[in-house]
Design a protein around this ligand. Structure first.
Ligand SMILES: [Zn+2]
Length: 152
């Protein structure tokens, strides 16, 4: 889950607040380096965040100025839940295992809902579930990619 920074230190996964226009978006997954303060967006959330920021731009200025990314993003919700459950000194391996267990639980739940949505032919719900499932599978790919790197 941790990735090496260009400075040689390890970057840790964190949830940060970003500013999109006047709106504060809480709980955005980022990788950050404590040694050189470099940080970048966690790759599996990029496309969802881009769409979210674009949609926020279309809303009226009266809308809430503070939002949690966990409302629209499966990945940040899972990271948030795992961070809440695990203690600060949990190892990276513990965190990764907890994350994978949480992802698999979530996928099973969404698949149940998906079957139900299909049985009642609710197209909007089906599409929403399809997108959530694809977010989760991109997260699994990202975690496995890190594993390959750490064995190099
Ligand atoms: Zn660094």
């Amino acid at each position: 889950m941790d990735r090496q920074c260009h400075c040689g230190s390890w970057m840790r996964l964190e949830l940060r607040t970003i500013l999109a226009g006047k709106v504060q978006i809480l709980h955005v997954p980022m990788r950050a380096c404590e040694a050189c303060s470099a940080y970048h967006l966690f790759p599996p959330v990029k496309s969802v965040l881009t769409n979210y920021v674009r949609d926020l731009g279309k809303e009226s200025s009266k809308s809430k100025s503070k939002r949690s990314f966990t409302e629209v993003n499966e990945i940040s919700q899972i990271i948030y839940d795992v961070f809440m459950q695990e203690t600060c000194d949990s190892s990276s391996v513990d965190m990764e295992n907890a994350m994978k267990a949480a992802i698999n639980d979530r996928i099973n739940l969404l698949l149940d809902l998906f079957q139900h949505a299909e049985s009642i032919q609710d197209r909007i719900w089906i599409e929403d579930l399809r997108q959530r499932l694809s977010q989760l599978s991109s997260l699994l790919v990202e975690l496995d990619r890190d594993k390959v790197h750490s064995h190099e």
